[in-house]
Design a protein around this ligand. Structure first.
Ligand SMILES: Cc1ncc(COP(=O)(O)O)c(C=O)c1O
Length: 412
């Protein structure tokens, strides 16, 4: 099904041999290429902010420090990871619907660039904390639009949602936030949908953002320093998915973005995203521990399953489980391993620990390595790593052919 990539396979096999399995390999050269591609098509209008939630590995964040404009964090823990990676708090924004006193305090004290307020409750708490610390905290208000176009894998607005201020309530809530003495509204933020592979849906969503931003700024008489567009850019995960066409997006929405940027000429427009940058630059490598022939099915049972990679098992927000693209490291050995349909499961004692159903792969045997693609985002960070107490997956950074162990969470 999937041709082995010889050079890649060499690195993946090296990763498994040197650092053990299961493991993740993140290729920074590929992240660099994706960033260049993103900037080539959309950089004329937007700076880029990386959503740490998608991959908080400190070595990766460190690598990004001189290459990306800003970071978005969603917890005090992510603030600590970003700081450990050398990021200046001033270049960081902080989203999240249930921020606690201690994390607001730590972020304000650190000199956070922008606090992204998700409610009036949070605004009042943040105001009190900033007052105690003798600081005026710059804030963006997160707005939840009334509509999200069809085509997003997950949506955070357009229906009852815990995220941000519903646009219907904005006229009542935003002036109350604006009146708080220790906060300064410097802009707005929207993140309403994610994992979209349809250019026209992305454009339609950004059109909604521009309307909401323009209306809200007019109502508040706000001249924003920053407007954050939650990008929603998706990546291909499954056989048959096509990569998002950024040129098509730029061609369709470019004139409207030009007009918007001219109207907000003193404003920095920012695209906030995670998976688009790092997802396709990561592989998850797991080793076949055992093979079972069961009632007509061949099942390869591997050392890493949903415990190490929840997303690839289809249990991270996927309605219908679909196989990720994957290949056998080493391919079909010049025909010695003819392709057949096989099931791939993990080491856990639950039937949902399945990484593939009926996947066409060269016949798998004990000891083989399987590489699952598009695993650079929502990997270890989105997985129940402690369930059944198997070893933690290693994380490896591949830069210019050199591999480095950057495992964040060790033990097992
Ligand atoms: C507020 C916010 N920002 C950024 C992201 C990153 O999304 P993605 O990795 O799909 O780009 C998300 C994802 O849920 C989010 O909720």
């Amino acid at each position: 099904m999937c041709r082995p990539l010889t050079d890649l396979d060499r690195h993946l096999a090296e990763a498994a041999a040197r650092f053990g399995t299961p493991c993740y390999v993140y290729a920074t050269d590929l992240v660099e290429e994706r960033l260049a591609h993103l900037r080539a098509h959309l950089g004329r209008w937007f700076a880029v902010s990386f959503a740490v939630k998608s991959n908080p590995n400190p070595a990766l964040l460190d690598w990004m420090r001189g290459r990306l404009d800003c970071l978005d964090i969603s917890s005090g823990g992510e603030l600590a990871l970003a700081q450990e990676a050398g990021w200046d708090a001033e270049r960081i924004s902080f989203t999240g619907p249930a921020k606690r006193d201690a994390e607001l305090r730590a972020a304000t004290q650190a000199g956070l660039g922008e606090l992204v307020l998700e409610s009036l409750r949070e605004a009042r708490l943040a105001d009190a904390i900033a007052g105690e610390l003798g600081r005026v905290q710059p804030v963006l208000v997160r707005l939840a639009p009334a509509r999200v176009p069809k085509g997003f894998g997950d949506q955070m607005a357009g229906r009852p949602s815990p995220f941000g201020v519903d646009v219907e309530e904005a006229a009542e809530i935003l002036p109350q936030i604006a009146a708080l003495p220790n906060l300064k509204i410097i802009g707005l933020h929207i993140y309403s949908g994610t994992q979209c592979l349809k250019p026209e849906a992305i454009c339609e969503n950004w059109r909604i953002f521009m309307q909401v931003f323009a209306d809200t700024c007019a109502a508040l008489d706000l001249r924003p320093e920053k407007l954050i567009f939650g990008a929603g850019l998706g990546i291909p995960y499954h056989p048959g998915d096509s990569a998002l066409d950024l040129a098509a997006i730029a061609a369709e929405i470019g004139p409207e973005l030009d007009a918007f940027a001219a109207r907000f000429s003193a404003t920095r427009l920012v695209l906030e995203l995670g998976r688009y940058l790092v997802g396709p630059a990561g592989w998850f490598v797991t080793r076949v521990v055992s093979v079972k022939q069961s009632r007509g099915s061949r099942i390869a049972i591997c050392d890493g399953g949903l415990n190490a990679n929840l997303a690839a098992s289809g249990n991270f927000g996927m309605v219908l489980r679909r196989n990720y693209v994957m290949h056998r490291v080493g391919g079909d050995e010049d025909g010695a391993r003819p392709e057949e349909r096989q099931d791939i499961s993990g080491p856990l004692c639950t039937s949902i620990d399945k990484l593939g159903g009926g996947v066409a792969l060269p016949r798998l045997e004990e000891g083989d390595l399987i590489a699952i693609h598009a695993c650079g985002a929502y990997g270890p960070t989105a997985s129940p790593l402690h369930f059944i107490s198997h070893p933690m997956p290693a994380e490896l950074l591949l830069t210019g052919g050199q591999m480095r162990d950057v495992t964040r969470i060790r033990g097992g």
